[in-house]
Design a protein around this ligand. Structure first.
Ligand SMILES: [Zn+2]
Length: 105
């Protein structure tokens, strides 16, 4: 199964095409405090329960939600820094915000 980015309005899928474009995918942290930071940053509400959305076991975010400084580079590979929190999201609930965001990549 192809996983896709958990950010609202983000269409990135974890497949070869995305990876060729330099998008990497990152699992939600196991550390509870950091995980909460990510959930807060994603700022999603579960439409059924109307509670804060919580990531499932395979939930991922794509690299577009992280600042360049959140990565450590090893040649062609890069790795998310320990403690990095995603910070780049489209403005919530507005289609324009989302298309502007997607146009940046
Ligand atoms: Zn994404």
């Amino acid at each position: 199964m192809t996983r896709s980015c958990s950010a609202l309005g983000c269409t990135a899928r974890d497949n070869g095409h995305s990876r060729e474009r330099g998008i990497s995918f990152h699992q939600f942290p196991v550390d509870a405090a950091q995980r909460r930071e990510w959930i807060r940053a994603v700022n999603r509400v579960d439409p059924r329960s109307r509670q804060a959305w919580s990531p499932g076991p395979g939930a991922i975010l794509c690299s577009r939600h992280f600042a360049e400084a959140d990565f450590e580079r090893y040649g062609l590979r890069r790795k998310l820094r320990r403690g990095a929190v995603p910070s780049r999201f489209p403005r919530p609930q507005t289609q324009t915000g989302i298309s502007e965001f997607l146009a940046q990549c």
